[in-house]
Design a protein around this ligand. Structure first.
Ligand code: PAF
Length: 251
């Protein structure tokens, strides 16, 4: 696997591909089994498989969340190599934001709901960085996990709104056997927290009202950020030990 740090280096590589199919998986590092499933799909469906590892500061509204984000670059490299990824794009802030984030992609409707209502500016940062990645990498196919279902929907809307010639491929949530959606943030939980965390999915999936689900989660020790049904999907975010966990299920 070749590690690429700058746009110029990547452009030189890309010129050699001619019309080959490029698959792309953007990540913020801290890679786990959920990412691995995206990498494998990307590897299987494309001639050139590219991943990025970039902890994007513009999508963090909470500085402490950014500073404590669990990631280990050497472990990430190993996982990507084991998945057969050809190129890892790992830029710095200066490479990604030569404009120092003066230019942004903003969606004005759905990005203000659910997680967007609780994390002001979060989706501006996500849409902007992914637009930049798309323009740099120029993938044929790009892979996103459904754990971040709102993110996937917003990116799909962006691709349509700006006529981007890229197929977005949603990938199902990967769960532990106990139902817990796999996430880098799970690593921030204590052993006790990890034992409680599967309750989020268990309670969300119950045939009960939203109010009852909120009460059950609170009883189980969560601080519910929101539970909202939107267009046939039930979305939730809840804090456990100050760690913000999200999940979604078919409503
Ligand atoms: O889902 C993520 O890990 C991030 O939001 C993404 C898409 C890599 C953008 O930084």
């Amino acid at each position: 696997m070749k590690i690429i740090r700058t746009v110029e280096e990547w452009k030189k590589e890309r010129e050699t591909f001619k019309n080959k199919k490029i698959g792309f998986v953007p990540t913020m590092g801290g890679l786990h089994a959920g990412h691995l499933s995206l990498m494998k799909k990307c590897r299987a469906e494309n001639e050139i498989a590219v991943a990025s590892v970039y902890l994007n500061p513009t999508q963090f509204n909470d500085k402490k969340d950014l500073e404590t984000y669990p990631a280990n670059f050497d472990d990430d490299v190993k996982l990507l190599e084991s998945a057969g990824i050809d190129y890892l794009f790992a830029p710095t802030y200066t490479v990604m934001y030569p404009d120092d984030y003066k230019y942004k992609v903003i969606e004005t409707d759905f990005s203000k709901m659910l997680c967007g209502a609780k994390r002001p500016g979060h989706f501006d940062g996500v849409l902007t960085v992914v637009m930049k990645f798309f323009n740099i990498i120029r993938p044929t196919n790009a892979y996103f996990g459904e754990k971040d279902f709102q993110q996937y929907q917003l990116l799909k809307g962006m691709v349509e709104a700006f006529f981007l010639d890229i197929n977005l491929i949603p990938c199902p949530i990967v769960r532990e056997e106990n139902g817990l959606a796999i996430s880098s943030r799970n690593r921030k939980l204590s052993a006790e927290g990890l034992a409680k965390a599967p309750k989020l999915h268990e309670i969300l999936a119950m045939k009960k009202s939203i109010a009852e689900k909120e009460a059950l989660l609170t009883e189980a020790g969560f601080k519910v950020d929101y539970i909202t049904e939107y267009k046939g999907r039930l979305y939730a975010a809840a804090f456990l030990e100050d760690v913000r966990l999200i999940d979604n299920v078919n409503a």
